[in-house]
Structures are given as structure tokens and as C-alpha cells.
Design a protein. Sequence first.
Length: 397
Amino acid sequence: MAGRKQVTILGSTGSIGVSTLDVIARHPEQYQVFALAAHRQVDLMFRQVQAASPRYAVMRDEGAAQQLDERIRAAGLDTQVLAGEAGLIAVSRHADTDYVMAAIVGAAGLLPTLAAVNAGKRVLLANKEALVMSGALFMKAVKTHRAELLPIDSEHNAIFQCMPTDFSRGLEAVGVARILLTGSGGPFRNRPLHELHDVTPDQACAHPNWSMGRKISVDSATMMNKGLEFIEACWLFDARPDQVEIVVHPQSVIHSMVEYVDGSVLAQLGNPDMRTPIAYGLAWPERTVSGVPLLDLVKVGRLDFQAPDEARFPCLRLAREAMQVGRTASVVLNAANEVAVEAFLQGQIRFTAIAHVLEQVMEKVTLVEPIDIDTILKADAIARAQTAEQLHDFRVR
């Protein structure tokens, strides 16, 4: 069918990728899947290929790519299989790709997402680490290559919807006083502090409102996810750290707010379902059906707000400090967090050790100016190595 937008989904087997495929399937006359990309979930990727018939399927893991290729050829499907980071980059900047959903979790999504930006694509950004790691370089590339950058994280998408269309002129110039970034507080918002020491990975991944992958679920439990979103918001909207305030909102109905100098506060509300911002990003500047039930405010009943407790969530302080310090502080913080969270999920360290590990790594690693991508990737590698060393002091005995 002529005229359909060709969509590449980076991270198709994750929760954002699955939701993106759901929205696309509701609008076959408007969108077509051009490429799917994931790490190593061969079974799910094969089912997605069968359903969506993409031109390309990419597996970052070489062995997984070989397995997928064998299954696709045995089934007589036309999809071509690519492997590794080179494959991710190839489909992201391919001439026939119109939109790129950047939903690979962690630092692994940085180079493919930048490739899409450098190719001038519409980038639906669900990978916050790309901006956390390379904020200034990333935003400069967006302007230089005239890419369309649409935030998909529910909070940043909400802020985007509440901003004036010309907010790029500067927040003061358009009358914005501050951004109010909401977060649920995760599963441990009210748990006694002394009980956090014995939290299990399964408990940390049991988010009360959202269905997410395990890494991001742990980040929500520590509120590092909100810390990374704080950094991302500063870059996306060219805001100073003092212009972004984090507000705990347990119901996850108000996804974020923008306050203006005249006292007005604009908020975006909706059910906690990622298909809403995904549909917004695909259809922008228009609106399209997402499959999300309409919000019943009477059923919601109440909306609560409170200030975040940094004694309970020290990762929030670390994120704010990283943004204020600048240089490669955010790169180091993100890398250390990825390594520490994985160690927790593997049962190697306690939940409460995550923040301690991050703080020690931040103190030990020398920060430099992020002048180019190679410098950023080197800082990332050094931070990961330093974190691996620090983990020995916190291992569960």
C-alpha cells in the first residue's frame, strides 16, 4: 500500500516494542513495519516476524541472529536477518526507514539512535540513556540533521504536549516557569527503610502501575529511572536543573506538568499505558487511536502528590548532582547503574547497595569533557570496569 510510513523498531521484544507493534497493527493503512531489532529473544522475534513481515530483522547477539535466520529460511519467509551493532545502525539509517522507535534499553541504544538522528529520521525516543550519555552532542545532531525528535517516555511526552510549540526559543521566552516531572515512587514508596535491605529482585520488579522490563522496573524502585528522566528533561527542553522539579504522584494518572509564569499549570493525564505516547509519536501532529481505554476520573477518585524522600531514594540526589557537575558525570552514573542493577538482579548485591556502589564510582572516576562519541564510549567503559571492581565490596556473603 503506497504512502504508508515505514517504521523501524529498535527493541521490538521489549515492552515498548510490543506496544508499538500493537498500535501499528491497529492502523495497517498508515504504518508498515520496516525492521525489527532485539538482543537475543529468538522465539518472540520469530513470532513478530511472522505477524509483521518486516524487510529486516536484526539480532544484536550473533548466535541469536544465526538461529533466527535458520528459522526464517525454514519457514520460507522473505525477511532478511542482520546481526550485531552494525545491523542495528544499518536499519536505523536506511533510506527507506521513515520513523525509528528507539526503545533499546541502556547504553546499547546510543549508536543506533544517533544513526537515525544523523540520517534525519523521525526518532521516537524511548531510550533515555542516549540523551543521558550524550546530551549536548545528541541535541546538536538533531538540529544539524533536521531530525524530528519526539519523546516517548510518558513523562517527557506529557511535557512535550504541555509545552508551547515554539519552546525551542527558550523556556523564559515562552513563559515557562518550571517543569514538574511526576513519578509514582515505585513499589517501595511507603515500605519501612529498614526493610529495603532484604528486597528481592522479584519484589523490586513488581511495579504497582506500569508493566516494564526488569532493568527499568528496578530503576523505578530506586527512582534512578526518575533521576535519568530528570537529566533527559534538561536536555530535551533546554532546562536548567533548577527549572525541573520531581513530584511523587502514586496514581500515575498525571504524567507530568508544565507551570507558567502566570500561575497556570498544564497537565497531561491518561491511563498508565505506553500505547498513548507511542500513538502520539507515530501520528504527530495529529492524533490516532491507541487502543488505550479512555480515562475515568470518577473511578480514579483522587490524585495525590508528595515531595520525594532522598533518604529513601538517594539515586535522585546522585542524578541531580551529575547534571549539575556536567562533563561525563551522567555517562559514569548511567554505566555504573546498569552494572549495579544487573548485579542486583543476579542476586550478587543487595537492593540498598545499588546507590552506594554508584556513589563510590562517581567519586573515583575522573570526569572529562564529552567532546565526541569516542570520548563518551571510553568514559562508559571505564565506569563499567570501575563498577565491577566496587561490586566486590558489596557482594552478598
